[in-house]
Design a protein around this ligand. Structure first.
Ligand code: GLU
Length: 465
């Protein structure tokens, strides 16, 4: 059996964490088994569906690397097909036309409620043999007794008593299929073998099972994954720091980190927290899905992101960080310079935004370097400037070919001046970077080269204390 999964977003908003996780699970399941991953845009709600959201969801999926097999399906373009399916069910006697008005149906529900029963349609048109007509709907002839059961990879064997389900509407009087009708018609037509979705849909599933049965089709395997909660165990929302995928993209997170973090919300693989994408594909076979809700933790997401920042090859990171760089006033540098620069900051940057901000001081020309006011107040002292003068002559003759040689040059100066490193660290950092943090001085100087190092020192030398 070829595994075929689908992600079926409704384009009523951007792709959010919950939806992204469903998409990731479906994609991984298909890729793990060498199957197919399909995308179906559920845009039949004309009022709430917006094209901009479809575009945004597709862009987020592309950004996450969730490639689909074939072009996306749009439910709005498949209306004739749904009608055919309903006609088949009418012809086989599994569905019937109903002429009850919404008010009549409401009155039946009211009556049932008053009798302490579950509100339901009472089936009065079931055996009337009605045909189509204005205001009429098509209903499923649901079984009156027995059980509706399905197997779920998360919840196990799920059973609902048939009496709890009424003759649901399959096709409305405005010539549109209902949600459950369209979903099942599509899942059958697309050969979906695994329906994985949020467990907010679990109450739809028995209804969908009845439609499968009415269409004479075997059930797929279901997997209803629990909701994602905030750290306080409440429904996840913005106040927990949960965002849409496009916002994470703007915040400078890496798609591989989002994938790694999200997949662990509801799935485990021993104690392993950090995965590459190929490792995820190899490990994710749909087992070990957790039945308890997972909590979203923005701090952990950043921690996972920092790990992926360290693991990403410098050349790739250069391309990823470029859109985040403020390019005003930057000097021209070649690819090799960018790669070395990125590898210097890579171990300490949590996001691409951080990386871009930190890198900027080593991309500006000496004349354009910006100085942090506090760093300047702290480091620019008479003693500091005296050391800088001594360092300048030592560094004018140094070999810039390796950081070891530069490290030795600094040591030579310290020995000759009888000084400790902490006497020169702040003033050198101020000179080279404009601030007091950053990588090792020897690495920075190796990257900058002699002319740029000396030009930066000269600028601070000329500053008034
Ligand atoms: N369109 C539904 C949603 O966005 C998904 C339905 C399904 O996966 O069956 O929640």
């Amino acid at each position: 059996m070829t595994v075929v999964t689908r992600f079926a977003p409704s384009p009523t908003g951007h792709l959010h964490i919950g939806g992204a996780r469903t998409a990731i699970f479906c994609w991984l399941l298909a890729r793990h088994f060498g199957g197919k991953f399909l995308l179906r845009v559920e845009d039949t709600d004309m009022e709430r569906s917006k094209e901009e959201y479809t575009t945004s969801i597709l862009a987020s999926m592309r950004w996450l690397g969730l490639d689909t097999d074939g072009e996306p399906y749009f439910q709005s373009q498949r209306m004739a097909f749904y009608k055919e399916c309903v006609d088949k069910m009418l012809a086989s006697g599994h569905a019937y036309w109903c002429s009850c008005t919404p008010d009549e149906v409401e009155a039946m529900r009211e009556k049932a409620r008053a009798e302490g029963k579950k509100p339901r349609y009472d089936g009065r048109c079931r055996e009337m043999g009605l045909g189509p007509g204005p205001g009429r709907v098509v209903r499923l002839k649901a079984p009156l007794t027995g059980e509706v059961a399905f197997d779920d990879m998360v919840k196990g064997h799920v059973v609902f008593p048939a009496e709890e389900l009424d003759d649901m509407v399959l096709y409305r009087s405005d010539d549109t299929p209902t949600y459950n009708m369209a979903v099942v018609a599509d899942d059958i037509d697309m050969g979906i073998t695994h329906v994985l979705r949020g467990d907010d849909h679990v109450n739809n599933t028995p209804k969908q099972v009845l439609i499968y049965q009415a269409l004479g089709h075997a059930l797929p395997i279901f997997a209803h994954v629990p909701m994602i909660l905030g750290p306080d165990k409440q429904k996840l929302s913005k106040r927990h720091g949960a965002k849409a995928v496009i916002e994470y993209e703007k915040d400078g997170l890496l798609p591989s980190a989002i994938l790694n973090y999200m997949v662990r919300l509801g799935w485990s693989h021993g104690d392993q927290e950090l995965f590459t994408i190929p490792e995820l594909v190899a490990a994710f076979d749909g087992t070990s899905l957790n039945s308890a809700p997972a909590s979203f933790d923005p701090e952990k997401l950043l921690w996972v992101n920092a790990h992926h920042m360290r693991e990403t090859p410098a050349a790739t990171l250069v391309e990823l960080v470029k859109p985040f760089l403020d390019t005003t006033g930057l000097a021209a540098h070649d690819q090799a310079y960018y790669e070395k620069l990125v590898s210097l900051y890579q171990p300490r940057a949590a996001t691409l935004v951080d990386l871009a901000r930190e890198m900027r001081c080593l991309l500006l020309p000496a004349a354009g370097l910006e100085y942090d006011a506090k760093a300047r107040d702290k480091a620019l002292t008479a003693e500091g400037k005296a050391h800088l003068a001594g360092l300048r002559s030592e560094l004018a003759d140094a070999d810039y070919g390796s950081k070891e040689a530069l490290h030795e040059a600094l040591q030579r100066y310290l020995e000759s001046a009888g000084a400790k490193f902490k006497a020169i660290g702040p003033i050198m950092r101020l000179a080279l970077l404009g601030s007091l943090g950053g990588p090792g001085l020897d690495e920075i100087m190796e990257l900058l080269g002699k002319d740029e190092t000396l030009a930066r020192i000269d600028r601070v030398m000329s500053m008034e204390i």
